[in-house]
Design a protein. Structure first.
Length: 319
């Protein structure tokens, strides 16, 4: 299947549906977003539908709205964290994300982080895109490859062509296919390589704002999440501030640096448990805990249950 020629993704005739239905459909698939119609807009041309195939989740989103926005309040209300790998299928779309503005044309690809505010601009003109939901912490757990979100790959870029081909392959592969788990691993690796960072260096932030410091800290935590030496002290040294300054930055958010690290590691562990089910291998819950950066299994089990309201073993047995 050629993604940009797929009749199932680009039908000749699009239906008109009520705005409220479209908005509810989008939130059920992608999490909390706030759509904004054009003036007096009570209906939407297009649809927001979920596609589950080969063990992967997709959102197929088409509309002629003014914009769709996701702010910090929306993010706080969502428990799931993803990276959205977006491919523009028809029309164009403006994307404001992580301090960058891009315009997606047909064939272009971009990575969007669900933990950061985003605005999609349509201006009342029809747009159609496909979004693959990638497990955020699994994507960041591969430390050998640092990659960028909010950077556009133009449609003619060989990496964009490769990603579209892989997505087309995944969408035509049933979940019970013996190669489905390998395909998932391949799309994770290929996405990292397609958006690989140009440099590892981080700016020196002594005189910068708390918000900018916390942004850089968030990047460092994701890149070094499973490192044994990851701590508030290590992070403060890395960005060139005192540990007291960093602690005060986190106090402004009502959390501690230690809690942020712990919860990110727990989310990584939960996604790794999903990987165990896919691969049907011999890995254990203890293996997952250690690989996610925990040394105390009892503490891991207690913390996991507090955050997700179920034991790790229960999560392994689900679905």
């Amino acid at each position: 299947m050629e993604l940009l020629n797929s009749r199932s993704l680009m039908p000749v005739d699009w239906t008109i549906i009520p705005y409220d239905q479209w908005a509810d459909d989008l939130q059920s698939i992608c999490g909390r977003f706030t759509p904004r119609p054009t003036e007096n807009g009570k209906s939407v041309r297009g649809a927001a539908r979920g596609i589950d195939v080969c063990g992967m989740q997709f959102a197929h989103v088409s509309n002629d709205l003014d914009r769709v926005h996701r702010d910090w309040d929306d993010i706080k209300r969502d428990s799931n964290e993803h990276l959205f790998l977006i491919v523009q299928l028809e029309g164009s779309c403006g994307v404001d994300h992580f301090g960058h503005h891009n315009t997606l044309d047909v064939g272009d690809c971009i990575l969007v982080d669900s933990t950061k505010p985003t605005t999609f601009h349509f201006g009342g003109v029809f747009s159609n895109h496909l979004s693959m939901h990638l497990p955020r912490q699994i994507m960041y757990s591969e430390k050998r490859t640092s990659f960028d979100v909010a950077r556009k790959l133009q449609g003619f870029d060989p990496m964009a062509i490769m990603l579209r081909a892989l997505i087309a392959k995944i969408m035509s592969t049933p979940a019970n296919d013996t190669n489905s788990a390998q395909l998932k691993d391949l799309i994770f690796s290929a996405t990292r390589q397609a958006f690989v960072s140009d440099a590892e260096a981080l700016p020196h932030l002594v005189n910068d704002s708390a918000g900018r410091r916390l942004q850089m800290v968030d990047i460092l935590i994701d890149r070094h999440l499973t490192d044994a030496n990851l701590s508030a002290k290590w992070l403060a040294t890395r960005i060139g501030v005192s540990i007291r300054t960093l602690q005060q930055d986190f106090q402004g958010l009502g959390v501690t640096c230690t809690t942020i690290i712990r919860d990110k590691r727990l989310k990584l562990a939960k996604q790794k448990i999903e990987q165990i089910k896919d691969h049907r291998g011999n890995a254990t819950i203890a293996d997952v805990a250690y690989s996610a950066g925990f040394n105390d299994i009892s503490y891991f089990n207690r913390s996991f249950k507090d955050l997700f309201h179920c034991a790790p073993t229960d999560c392994l047995k689900q679905g």
